[in-house]
Every structure is written in structure tokens, then in C-alpha cells.
Design a protein around this ligand. Structure first.
Ligand code: GLC
Length: 757
């Protein structure tokens, strides 16, 4: 590890480069070989720089290190990007003494953290910043400025009645934020699992960061713009893996479909009503007494047949797996866990017992590789009887036996090196390590791309699992709040995300479900879900009018399936989110920086959903360029606000002029047929070019280059479509050119032909 060290009489600062955009600052005399957070996947590397006393000059920025070891970073125009005014953490004297008698540094890390109880604080001047974004899963407006918040994975419903701006902590903790104005941006990632606090200029003039323990260890992430920062952060912590295509279709869930008959009936109703859907979920009631990896032998006695029937109808089946293992002698999972010492311990070294759905429960210690493997293998029987995907819930960990609704801070894990890791240190990592266990286990058993959905996560979990935002309610505020929440998750490297469509807690209503579906069809994870004892809220649960409108919009999602799949691929390679705030592509336009109720679906589709009841008009901001209403084809000049109308069956959806999209033909489910795709060119005077990717959507064969890429080019008045890579069977293509007041259509196009338009 090449590091540059600065010292003063009290302390030490270590500087490590990861590439030309990423530099790490670690304070103190200890750098863990691998951080327990498992967030960072890049290795430090050599870059070119020059050093002059307390200054380091790199290609993209310069670093100044002050006597007190605070730092200042300037861009190449000599503008200040970052300026720390204060850092606080305890010196490592105590630990130094201890280290003299210890061989391995790692073996004292956890002990050290607890011993020093090292509260950390950084104060950072606000110099140019007009906005702060990111921090993963937060409710409230997208810009975090003038707010404070903290990160501690929390079962929100356990501690409050619902999502709201006053609730700071959610199920997921990602201590990464982006600072911006119209022309500058940078990101900061604090690589810690401890509880962290952020104040973005609310109670202080400065940005204040605090952590309850650990090491002050953070990454400065440079970017020419916000997009670069997000891509660089994704490079550092990893991107999602290309998902199975069927799992980006519409998903239906409820707590719970109570038996095989009901589950099959729901599936049949989708087909009968011609409403496309791909996934159906079983919530906790499929189990015997909520015991994970069991099946209720009465209500689900013909489970295997049910799965077969569902598959025949083109459905995939997902079941919930909670981490709480019922304390019950002769229950195999519990017995194995006890026998092998796989569970988390309480402060006295006894197996910790909390309370979740099965009553008294113990929790697997996912920090250990052995435990993760054991748990992964437990999925085998469920896969054999036809389960396709897994839903990991209650993994903050939710524990109803404590006022804090989670495990006490002094309960502990034991990591792979045999070291005690207290809840206080590793609480925020539980969902992450469970996701690894499930992902790796299922991958081995299925040899297909696993589908995992998690509630709790931390930085890096995007590499293993999709995520939903937990228990929202069937209220308009939560429809509205889901937009900034999902946008900030996307900016924090988490693209495969969604909120419960229709709202989870409470009864939804027709209008709310319709408007929520119009929005929710753009969620990367598109799932309708509701709580026990609430009214049913499937797309066909209301009157005919409601069913027809909802159907229209779910069909629209399926039209965009291959476009969306291509966005997933882009996200898996570059880290660009699928849902993007307008400022992602229009940062120079300050009007876009605080838009909470519109978003981009990829770069060139803009969605402005109705988010309030009984509204059929709203303000729409269209950024620079020309925008075409997807349905009416009316053209609008950007850089303008418009008041636009959308009746209950209408949605305000725009395509940027000068873009190329693809649309699938109608289908009931994703692998039903996919033999025709229409390429749409929204032509302007410029030359255009775009590539589209196709593979089998399910296996890992794409890693062996079993995929195809086509290139669509519009040059002057001609269009050519060619194959760039031709290793997977392609559908047939039609071509539609949208011109002002006119469309031109070519059917079954030939590759490399020239089409005059
Ligand atoms: C939690 C989940 C919710 C699920 C319920 C029962 O509240 O967030 O989605 O339906 O538990 O398993």
C-alpha cells in the first residue's frame, strides 16, 4: 500500500490514492487491511502527483495539509472544493501501548474501537455548495441542505408510525454524500459501520459529521460533474450485477396470500385481465409458525404444484426469509445454529434471544463465512420445490423485545478472525452480510442470476441485492416522498430500488393506487404490496375503470422492458442510476437542483407524475432542449415551466427530441415472447447514435460474451442499423422515425441497409 504520511506531534494522516479521482484520508496510525464494512472494492494504486512540503498536486485537484492535519482541496482553477476546519478524535496513545505487545493489528481493532470509544467529528466549511445529495435512504426533499440526519439501520415502523421527514434513520445506512453547485461537485464517503450523524448547515454554519466510534477514514471523490462523482463512487464500492430480466417486470405481493389456492387465483386474475406481471410473493404466512425454511403443511401442502402452475402461467415465485430463527428444540435450523455456535451472543456470551414474528428468536451471525455458507445452503429445499427468488426482511435487525427495536449495543458477533464485534460497531452491516450469504448460496444452487430483495443495507450492498424502502403507508405523502427517496438512493450507488406501490400500511383507494401505479411503473423494482388486514390492492381489486387504467400503465412498463434492461446494464457497468434527478444531466441549470416531483428514467425520458389527490393539473419544468409528449406527440421548448393537464387516466411523460428508444411489443410476461422490438427515433437536425444490448436475461452466459449489441445511427437523412456483436439471437426490428407532424415506419428492417427518412 503506497501511502503518503503527514505527522504532527499528536497524530498522523495517511493519504492513499485509488485513481486520479479518488483519494483516501485515514487518520491515526492504523489502516485496516480490509475494512469490516466490505464497502470498498478498489485497491489503492500509484498515480502521478508532485509533492511540495504540505501540498500535493494531482491531475484533477490539489491537496493542502494544514499543521493540525486538516485538509483543503482545490480544483485546477484554484477554486476551493473542500475545506475542513476541525477534526476531532482521540489520539491512539492507549492503543499504541497495547500494540507493542500484539502481533496482529487486526486482532485488536475491535477491542480498540470499543476501548477508546472514539467519537469522531469533522467540521467542513460550506464554500460553494448549493446542494447536498445522497446518504442513501432518507425521507424528505432531495436536497439535504439545512437538514440533519443520522444513520442507524432502523425498522422504521417499529419506532414510529410511518415514514416522515422528522424520522432521520431508515433501514439502510450509506454514509456517502455529494456536494454541488452548477459547475462543481465532489463526493465524500466515510467508510465506517458505526452510527454516523450529518448536519448539512442546519445547526452549524458548516457541514458537521460525527461517528460514534471507529477510525476517521474517508474518501474524497472528485468529478467534473455529479454524474462523474456517482460513477466514481460506484467504481469504488461496486455496481449492481445485471439482474434477471423477468424480475424487472411487475411484481405482486401482499402480507399474505394465505394458501396455494389464493396465490394461484391472484396469478390467474392477472392473466384473465391481461395485465402483465412476472413475479408473485409469499409473505410470512407460507411458513409453519413463521419458522424460516419450513412450509405450512396445511395451507401450502401442495406448494410444489402451486409453483409448477405459477411457472406454467409465466410467473416467478419469491418467498420471504427473515433472519430471526425460532427458538424451538427439534427445529432443525435452530438446532444446527446452536450446535455450531452460529448465533449472535448477548453481553454474557449466551445466545441472544430477541422477539420477531415466530416469538423468541435467535439471529445468525452473518459476519462469519461459515455461517453465511450454512445459511446459503439452507435455501436448497425451497429452490427444489420451485422458489425463484428471496426477500430478506427485518434485517436491521428488527427486534420487538427491546425499546430500541433492535439488539442491544453490547450484544456481539464473532468475525472470521475470531474477534468480537459488538452491535455498536457492526449493526449497520447485518443486512449487507445477509445479502452476501443469500446471494452466494442461491447462486450456487440455481446457477442463474439470483434475485434478492432486502430491506436493510449499507454501502456496497448494491452488488448483491435489490432494495425496497420498507413500510410506507397508503397516503399521498408517501407516493410523493418515494421520488426523492429513490432518487437519493440512486445517487448513492443503489439503482435497483422501489417503494411499495399503493402504500403498505392502511387501506389504499382507487385514485391513490392509479396515480401510484403511473409513477411506480418507472421504479426499477416495481412491486405492489400491502399489509395484513388491509383491503386488497391488486390492479384488479377495484372497479373496471381502475383496472383498465392500471393495466394501461403496467403495459407501458412492459413496452419499456428492453429499454429498462439496457438501463440496468448501463448501471451495472458505469453506476449511473436508472431513476435520475433532472440535475444529473442538467447540472448547469440551477432550476433543476431542487425538483422533487419529476425525474428522468434514463437520460431521455422525463416523468412528471400527479402526486396529489383530485389534481389534474401540475407545474412541469422541462430542461434545455425540445421535449415531446409521449402520448400526444406535442412538442415543447425546454428551459420553461408549463402548467399541464393530466386526467386520472393520463400521465405527463416526455421524450427528449434527438433521442433513440426501443419499445417491446405486447406481452403478458417477459419470457412469453420477445420477437419484435420497435426502434423509435425522435429525430432532430443532429446526427444520432445509440447502442442496445440483448442477452438471454437469466443466465451468466453474458459473461462468456453470449450477447448481442446493435447500433442505431441516424446520419443526415438516413438511418442504418448494424450488429456490433452478434452472439445471441436477436428479435426482429421495426423502425419508426418521429418527425414534426409526421411519422415514418419501416417494418422488419434489414441490418446494414440504408433507410432514407
Ligand atoms: C415487515 C415488512 C413488510 C412485510 C411484513 C410481514 O413489516 O416490511 O413488507 O409484509 O414485515 O412480513
Amino acid at each position: 500500500m503506497e501511502k503518503i504520511i503527514f505527522k504532527n506531534e499528536k497524530n498522523q494522516l495517511n493519504i492513499l490514492f485509488y485513481n486520479e479521482n479518488i483519494v483516501r484520508f485515514v487518520y491515526g496510525d492504523y489502516i485496516p487491511k480490509k475494512n469490516i464494512t466490505d464497502a470498498v472494492i478498489l485497491e489503492p494504486t500509484k498515480i502521478e502527483f508532485t509533492k511540495d512540503k504540505n501540498k500535493i498536486y494531482t491531475k484533477n485537484f490539489d491537496i493542502i495539509i494544514n499543521n493540525n492535519l486538516t485538509i483543503k482541496i482545490l480544483n485546477k482553477q484554484d477554486e476551493i472544493l473542500l475545506e475542513d476546519t476541525k477534526i476531532e478524535f482521540k489520539t491512539h496513545e492507549k492503543i499504541k501501548n497495547k500494540l507493542e505487545n500484539t502481533e496482529s493489528l487486526d486482532s485488536v481493532l475491535s477491542e480498540r474501537d470499543l476501548e477508546i470509544i472514539n467519537p469522531i467529528k469533522v467540521e467542513r466549511k460550506v464554500t460553494f455548495e448549493k446542494g447536498f445529495y445522497g446518504l442513501g435512504e432518507k425521507y424528505g426533499f432531495i436536497n439535504l441542505i439545512d437538514r440533519d440526519t443520522y444513520n442507524w439501520n432502523t425498522d422504521v415502523l417499529g419506532v414510529t408510525t410511518m415514514h416522515n421527514s422528522a424520522q432521520r434513520a431508515y433501514h439502510t445506512s450509506i454514509p456517502f454524500y455529494i456536494a454541488t453547485d452548477e459547475s462543481k461537485s465532489y463526493g465524500i464517503f466515510y467508510d465506517t459501520s458505526y452510527k454516523t450523524y450529518f448536519d448539512f448547515k442546519k445547526l452549524s454554519e458548516n457541514v458537521v459529521y460525527k461517528a460514534d466510534g471507529g477510525i476517521l477514514d474517508y474518501y474524497f471523490i472528485y468529478g467534473k460533474n455529479i454524474k462523474d462523482v456517482v460513477q466514481n463512487y460506484s467504481n469504488l464500492t461496486g455496481t449492481l450485477k445485471l439482474p434477471r430480466k423477468d424480475f424487472i417486470g411487475f411484481q405482486q405481493c401482499r402480507w399474505s396470500y394465505m394458501n396455494t389456492k389464493e396465490t394461484l387465483e391472484i396469478a390467474k386474475k392477472f392473466r384473465k385481465n391481461n395485465i402483465p406481471a412476472d413475479v408473485i410473493y409469499l409473505d410470512i404466512d407460507y411458513m409453519e409458525n413463521y419458522k424460516v425454511f419450513t412450509i405450512d403443511s396445511e395451507n401450502f401442502k401442495d406448494f410444489k404444484n402451486m409453483a409448477k402452475e405459477l411457472h406454467k402461467m409465466g410467473f416467478k415465485l419469491v418467498v420471504i426469509i427473515d433472519p430471526g430463527v425460532k427458538v424451538e428444540d427439534s427445529y432443525k435450523v435452530y438446532e444446527e445454529g446452536i450446535k455450531n455456535d452460529y448465533f449472535i451472543k448477548d453481553k454474557n456470551g449466551e445466545v441472544y434471544i430477541g422477539k420477531v414474528w415466530p416469538g423468541d428468536s435467535s439471529f445468525p451471525d452473518f459476519l462469519r463465512d461459515k455461517v453465511r455458507k450454512w445459511w446459503g445452503e439452507l435455501h436448497s429445499n425451497l429452490i427444489k420445490i420451485g422458489v425463484d427468488g428471496f426477500w430478506n426482511d427485518m434485517n436491521e435487525i428488527a427486534d420487538m423485545s427491546n425499546d430500541t427495536k433492535t439488539l442491544p449495543e453490547d450484544s456481539y458477533h464473532i468475525d472470521d478472525n475470531g474477534i468480537k464485534r459488538y452491535q455498536k460497531e457492526v449493526h449497520n452491516l447485518y443486512g449487507h452480510y445477509e445479502a452476501i450469504s443469500t446471494y452466494e448460496g442461491v447462486k450456487k444452487l440455481q446457477n442463474k442470476r439470483p434475485f434478492i430483495l432486502t430491506r436493510a443495507a449499507s454501502a456496497g450492498t448494491q452488488r448483491f441485492s435489490s432494495l425496497w424502502t420498507g413500510d410506507n403507508s397508503s397516503v399521498w405523502e408517501h407516493l410523493e416522498g418515494s421520488i426523492p427517496m429513490l432518487l437519493n438512493l440512486g445517487l448513492s450507488g443503489y439503482s435497483y430500488v422501489g417503494s411499495d406501490i399503493g402504500g403498505f400500511i392502511d387501506d389504499t383507494n382507487k385514485e391513490l393506487l392509479i396515480r401510484w401505479t403511473q409513477l411506480g411503473i418507472f421504479y426499477p423494482l416495481c412491486r405492489n404490496h400491502s399489509v395484513i388486514n388491509s383491503r386488497y390492492q391488486e390492479p384488479f381489486a377495484f372497479d373496471n375503470e381502475t383496472t383498465e387504467i392500471i393495466k394501461k400503465y403496467i403495459k407501458l412498463r412492459y413496452k419499456f422492458i428492453d429499454y429498462l434492461y439496457n438501463l440496468f446494464r448501463e448501471s451495472s457497468i458505469k453506476g449511473n442510476p436508472i431513476l435520475r434527478p433532472l440535475f444529473y444531466h442538467y447540472q448547469e441549470d440551477i432550476e433543476t437542483h431542487n425538483i422533487n416531483d419529476e425525474f428522468l428514467f434514463g437520460e431521455n425520458i422525463l416523468v412528471a407524475p400527479i402526486i396529489r389527490p383530485k389534481q389534474n393539473r401540475r407545474l412541469v419544468y422541462l430542461p434545455n432542449g425540445k421535449w415531446i409528449n409521449y402520448f400526444t406527440k406535442e412538442e415543447f421548448e425546454g428551459n420553461n415551466y408549463y402548467i399541464m393537464k393530466a386526467n386520472l387516466n393520463e400521465l405527463l411523460l416526455f421524450v427528449k427530441k434527438g433521442s433513440i428508444l426501443i419499445e417491446n411489443s405486447e406481452m403478458n410476461y417477459i419470457f412469453e415472447n420477445n420477437d419484435k422490438i420497435t426502434i423509435h427515433i425522435y429525430a432532430d437536425e443532429n446526427n444520432l447514435s445509440k447502442e442496445f444490448y440483448f442477452d438471454d436475461g437469466i443466465s451468466f452466459e453474458y459473461k462468456n460474451e453470449k450477447y448481442s449489441i446493435i447500433k442505431v445511427e441516424k446520419i443526415d437523412n438516413s438511418v442504418k442499423i448494424s450488429k456490433i456483436i452478434d452472439n445471441y439471437i436477436l428479435p426482429k426490428f421495426d423502425l419508426i422515425i418521429h418527425k414534426k407532424n409526421d411519422i415514418i415506419k419501416f417494418e422488419n428492417i434489414q441490418f446494414d441497409n440504408i433507410y432514407n427518412i
